[in-house]
Ligand binder design. Structure first.
Ligand SMILES: NC(=O)c1ccc[n+]([C@@H]2O[C@H](COP(=O)([O-])OP(=O)(O)OC[C@H]3O[C@@H](n4cnc5c(N)ncnc54)[C@H](OP(=O)(O)O)[C@@H]3O)[C@@H](O)[C@H]2O)c1
Length: 321
């Protein structure tokens, strides 16, 4: 038992990959007083609707896993929506949490908040030390604003609001739509379809050289519970840190990732690279030493996580399309 066991916990974005993993982890750990509402019933971009919801529900804990999320193509195409939706969702949730005296709020950002050419691995203190990657700049600016909202509601009002910056995530409930997905689920879908249709080759965006880190989403959910139970706002802000990185601390090239996924799926054709398409940031690896030293570490290796994700894709996603 800990201080949060009987508290009312609102998971915003519970239908998404992260929110659904957080719900599973909370239920598995015996948390029973959980609330969630679909985007159809509550559009989090609408301030007065969000405040009415908080007035009625009075949550003690808020996990902000609602966001407009996507890969390079979606980020670069829907630039206005990525900045507007994310700013509105987080500002409404954080301000309503302040007004309604929420005891703990965890805001989720992502590793794209760091400068494009920041030294690697990325340390928490590199935030705002250089230019962002252009393709996802609107999304990153919105996420940085979310971190700064949490920090400054602590500084002015002592709100116990903290931020978690996960690396690239994958797992059950991922987005496998090739127009909007991230690289790992997109590769699962491409290799699966190539195998099913006996295609001689699969073409991958970019050179295959960028290095990326991946974390299985159920591991992230454990880290969120860890932060809810064990990390206080004063622990971070009084040290001059605004957020905690969450990742495995290991990276892999896109070409090695493609080879691994192709093996797991059992695809025997060729892998080709379309070098006219952008690569994005050359390398993105989180320095996870801070959360590791506080007592949390990832559990699921990439191969095991991809196998679980592919099983989920076969049993849930592919049945529906
Ligand atoms: N995916 C990753 O690799 C990754 C990596 C690092 C960090 N993160 C962070 O984790 C968080 C969640 O990401 P995810 O991958 O779980 O995204 P996701 O699967 O796309 O889920 C997003 C969730 O937000 C909800 N939502 C979106 N717009 C909304 C609105 N206007 N009103 C109410 N709800 C709304 C969605 O509801 P509907 O389904 O009803 O639209 C859904 O439940 C984000 O903050 C993201 O930055 C993700």
């Amino acid at each position: 038992m800990n201080n949060y066991h009987n508290k009312k916990i609102y998971v915003a974005g519970h239908t998404g990959m992260v929110g659904s993993a957080v719900m599973r982890a909370l239920q598995k750990s015996g948390y029973k007083n959980l609330i969630a509402v679909s985007s159809g019933q509550l559009d989090l971009r609408r301030q007065s609707d969000v405040e009415d919801f908080f007035e009625k529900q009075k949550p003690d804990v808020v996990i902000v896993a609602a966001a407009k999320v996507g890969g390079i193509l979606a980020n670069n195409t829907y630039r206005a929506e990525f900045i507007y939706d994310n700013l509105m969702i987080e500002a409404n949730l954080i301000h309503a949490s302040y007004l309604h005296k929420v005891k703990k709020l965890i805001f989720l950002g992502s590793s794209c908040i760091y400068p494009k050419l920041a030294p690697q691995p990325l340390k928490e203190e590199y935030l705002l030390s250089g230019y962002l990657e252009y393709t996802n700049e609107p999304y990153a600016i919105a996420k940085i604003a979310g971190i700064k909202l949490c920090e400054n509601y602590f500084r002015q009002y002592e709100c116990n609001f903290i931020s978690a910056m996960p690396t690239n995530l994958y797992g059950p409930n991922d987005n496998f739509d090739l127009q909007t997905s991230h690289v790992l689920p997109a590769l699962i879908r491409k290799f699966h379809e190539a195998k099913t249709n006996n295609n001689p080759s699969v073409t991958i965006w970019g050179t295959g050289k960028p290095l990326r880190e991946f974390l299985f989403v159920d591991d992230l959910a454990e880290a969120i519970l860890f932060m809810m139970e064990k990390v206080e706002a004063s622990d971070l802000y009084n040290l001059g840190i605004t957020h905690l990185n969450i990742g495995s601390g290991k990276d892999i090239s896109i070409s090695d990732l493609a080879a691994l996924i192709s093996d797991i799926i059992g695809y025997n054709g060729k892998i080709e690279y379309d070098t006219t398409k952008p690569d994005g940031t050359p390398r993105k690896l989180m320095d996870v030493s801070r959360i590791n030293s506080l007592g949390w570490k990832y559990k699921t290796e990439l191969e095991e996580g991809i196998k679980k994700t592919y099983d989920w894709f076969l049993n849930n996603y592919i049945q529906k399309v």
